[in-house]
Unconditional design. Sequence first.
Length: 236
Amino acid sequence: MRNLKIGTTMMKNDQDKEFPLLIGQTGPLNGQRWVVDRTLTIGRDARCEVVIPDRQVSRYHARLVLVEENVILEDLGSKNGTFCNGRRIEDQVRLEDGDLIQIALVQHFVYLASDATLPLLEPIPWQKETEPTRRRLYLDKQSHRVWVMGREVLPPLSVPQFRLLEILYDHQGEAVSRQEIIRAVWGEEQSLGVSDQALDALVRRLRDRLAASDAEYPYLVTVRGYGFRLDNPVYP
């Protein structure tokens, strides 16, 4: 990725200026928000502007930096990674309105270019659903959050687990082939090197996560000789 020269000078904060927003979602900072009118360092250390008190988060994990009219997300060599829209960043990425940021497996944020696009954040979208659309499992793509029986799955699913559940959720009730799932989870370029054993291990881990929220119902059904499907009936 092309490197960008980053400065740390604070922008002038006049009343007519609209600044981007960083809003905490799933994780210990859920519901909190920060105006990105200067460099914001994210990490476990108390001296960071955005402090995430979890050992999976590096002391100085990532930062948001203003570069002219853009905001750059930069990983600071963290151990457990910084993700933008589900993909781990190796260096820097320029943020776009609505981008989803994940710090390790601990904290999710949404980036908004200004408060003009601020959504109404409701804690459980599942509660908005009514018969016959209300189902046992609810997946929200925008926030990368999952609810089972009205309870959010925490800690959040890993990126591969979420991608696996997402493709099955998009085709719930239908069988999805192993190759289609592998391409969705690992990407087109890496899919050729992924074994059936790797996929089976991922399915097993996702089953364990869902069973921790609802042990009575088998959501992921094996379609022998073909792939998997999501069985997600209407909640009684």
